[in-house]
Design a protein around this ligand. Structure first.
Ligand code: FAD
Length: 416
């Protein structure tokens, strides 16, 4: 059994792990990444938010992604029957990036990990963390398995970016409970016969299927479109027994979908994911920090996953550099509270989506343009701008807005 030393061990080479590793390495510290899978590997999470770009830029990983020519994304379109609302990231309230990408995650994650290797960061694929022993000093000994061999890695600090692997929460029993209802997704990649005849490919399109159930349509640069249905388990049970049947039936279930995808060809058989909401009781501890999905994952409706993965690692990386340089870090105030603010803003939006509040707001006629710009900023991932009332106090802002819309609609219907 071999024994290795590193300043920082990063668990997972997804977007969270790569951003953290790159930022810490560039400050001159020794970083090692261990990743369970061999890349490229399939992951869901193809629609990015503009706020991701800031993290990728700071991590000096943006050029590696630009080289891949992914489908550029300028906004998000919501469709209910024939009603359509378009949120364009160039019309934002908060100053920030006005575009991002829709990516094939296998290629995106592979490009990020390869960019780390080009910086001479050691990335060990097919290497699984099986155990971690923390000492009182915060230093740790991590056991990893690689092709049947065990190895121990001594590290001064660990960044756990293991996504649904949830390595440290499982080992230290930090699993939190999710307040969201368990939901399920059935999805596939398809080749459309007439993709260009439909809406522009440079947006995610979210179609309201029925209350609490929706569809994502994400055109990708290789000509393939990612299509996924999301709803309660009961929604799927009502629509067939297998995932293949459910996908086929649901794709015929609305006129827009039937016309667009009725003759589409599956690139792979429909897959499912379910009960994804998760949280951790704490986001840091003596000798470690959690980033990305390991902290908290809510729901795919607003494509916030990769944004939180990269933004949390951007912040964790910078704080860790301070700590490794011997400066004081108040992890509760400077990390947990900051992340929690962003998570809570999205939680309000996720709840408002599933209780119908946002549907009412999104499809209202003659929307107030300032309010639309403020909502666009949340949808772009700028969920830390306290000048935006939908960030400062999202529950109140959404409640007041929907009340105004309801009373205006009531007034209009009462007109002679
Ligand atoms: P991951 O990308 O999961 O990376 C973690 C890595 O850690 C993996 O490569 C894994 O192999 C590795 N690992 C795990 N355990 C171990 C171990 N023991 N040892 C070593 N390595 C380990 N997000 C979006 O931004 N846009 C979307 O459109 C979107 N759609 C989604 C749709 C659905 C149905 C779901 C469920 C999620 C969606 N997401 C989306 C969320 C997105 O997939 C995640 O938020 C994102 O991948 C999190 O990145 P990460 O780096 O934290 O984790």
């Amino acid at each position: 059994m071999s024994k290795e030393e590193t300043d920082v061990l990063v668990i997972g080479a997804g977007p969270a792990g790569c951003v953290a590793a790159s930022i810490i390495h560039q400050a001159g510290f020794n970083v090692r990444v261990v990743e369970r899978e061999r890349f490229p590997r399939f992951v869901i999470g193809e629609s990015l938010l503009p706020r991701c770009m800031e993290a990728l830029e700071e991590a000096k990983l943006l050029d590696a992604i630009k080289d891949k020519n992914f489908q550029v994304k300028y906004g998000a379109k919501f469709r209910r029957g024939n009603e359509v609302t378009d949120f364009n990231f160039s019309e934002q309230f908060t100053e920030g990036w006005s575009w991002t990408w829709q990516v094939l995650r296998a290629d995106f994650d592979h490009a990020l990990a390869s960019a780390l290797q080009k910086q001479n960061i050691q990335v060990d694929f097919e290497t699984t963390v099986t155990d971690i022993q923390f000492q009182d000093s915060g230093e740790s000994v991590t056991s990893v398995q690689r092709k049947g061999h065990e190895e121990k890695i001594n590290a001064e600090f660990i960044v756990d970016a293991s996504g649904s692997g949830r390595v440290i929460p499982r080992i230290l029993k930090l699993e939190g409970s999710s307040q969201l209802e368990p939901r399920k997704a059935v999805f596939a990649h398809v080749k459309e016969k007439r993709r260009d005849a439909y809406e522009e490919p440079n947006r995610i399109i979210v179609v309201v299927y029925e209350p609490s159930a929706w569809v994502w349509i994400i055109p990708l640069s290789n000509g393939v479109t990612s299509v996924g249905f999301v709803g309660n388990p009961d929604f799927f049970q009502r629509n067939g027994e297998s995932e293949a049947q459910q996908f086929k039936n649901l794709a015929q279930g609305l006129p827009y979908l039937k016309e667009r995808f009725g003759d589409a060809v599956l690139v792979f058989e429909p897959r499912k994911l379910e009960a994804w909401s998760s949280s951790s009781e704490r986001f840091y501890g003596n000798g470690y920090v959690l980033t990305g999905n390991v902290t908290e994952f809510l729901d795919p409706i607003f494509s916030s996953g990769v944004m939180f993965a990269t933004a949390s690692s951007q912040l964790a990386g910078k704080l860790l550099i301070k700590k490794l340089k011997g400066q004081e870090v108040d992890w509760e105030k400077e990390y947990t509270n900051v992340l929690q603010k962003g998570v809570d803003t999205f939680r309000s939006f996720v709840n408002a989506w599933y209780d119908g509040t946002l549907e009412k707001i999104f499809f209202t006629h003659n929307p107030d343009m300032l309010i639309k710009r403020q909502i666009t900023s949340v949808l772009a991932g700028y969920v830390w701008d306290e000048n935006n009332p939908f960030v400062k106090n999202p529950d109140d802002a959404l409640r007041v807005l929907v009340r105004k819309i309801n009373s205006r609609d009531k007034f209009l219907t009462q007109q002679p």
